[in-house]
Design a protein around this ligand. Sequence first.
Ligand SMILES: *Cc1c(COP(=O)(O)O)cnc(C)c1O
Length: 354
Amino acid sequence: MSWEPSRFDFSIPIRVNLSSDTQTKPSHGMKQAMMEAEVGDEQMGSDPTIWALCDRVAALLGKEAAVFLPSGTMANQVAIATHCRPGDEILAHEDSHIITSEGGAPAAIAGVLIKGLAGERGMFSAGTLEEAIRPRSRYSPPQKLVEVEQSANRGGGACWSVEQLRSVTDTAHEHGLATHMDGARLLNAAVALKRPATEFTSGCDSVWLDFSKGLAAPMGAVLAGSKAFIGEAWRWKQRVGGAMRQGGIVAAACLYALDHNIDRLADDHANARTLARGLAQIPGISVEEPETNLVFFDTEGTGMTAPALAAKLRAHGVLVSTSGTYRARACLHLDIAAAQVDEALSLVRQALNA
Ligand SMILES: *Cc1c(COP(=O)(O)O)cnc(C)c1O
């Protein structure tokens, strides 16, 4: 199998694109905001729109400072490199995005190891963390950082409760470890659990938000933390080529997303529940109960692997993604209205003759 990204086959029409919440296109209003953005040179500290975005996100996440980055992957890597030195170890869930989906960047860039922890739905307990923490010794890699994902992507879009998070971050701090939150979908969790984001982030030394997922901007992530942490993070942003020039044109889209696209995440969650209920009625498909905008389902009962089923759905105009032999994922987002959920369900039934 080739590792090259294959070119998308545009000849088969797409009717409902559930492959990811990254599939949104900037709305007219968002593009208008981008067009009218006041810009400067970010590297020189003179882009007012980027400053405005960083201040907004720092306040939203209850942190002193923030820095704008092109992507969530870069936010994770800049944070990891800032917290750790080569040879250090991170503790994170075994299915976490930094392990499965960032091209080995923690090893390639920061030079760190990651110890994968087990746990249901992409989360782990304070007890599991405690057991994984070793006594300090010159034989073992220094353990530096505990990472959590909110919501947990491969965990099914599951949300850590405030209490679960607090027990894990308290345990980390008691052992002198720093804490980092991959908050790619933190606002989905905040909306689903009806709690302010700061309740989830207060025990995290660093945290970032992705603007290219449910918030529906074309790109961008903002990493927040203490002033000292963000100062150090800026060196890594510069090193990896993440320091921008007239980036305000994108920051304007992110500010627009904060104004218009947070509360409506509840619509995606409602659509996810409708899709899950519909899929569960199709013989052979077994669905994981969604907590946010991600719907994971098992295809084994259909006699097809997830990639085979995804290919079949693709032929009927429905895009889903796969994560394992029999595990598939459908994502709800701003560009999927309730009517398209019904359309997707009838296309899936057609594809499976159900
Ligand atoms: C998408 C995602 C990322 C990476 O974000 P990009 O903006 O695609 O680089 C990191 N963590 C999680 C949990 C994600 O879902």
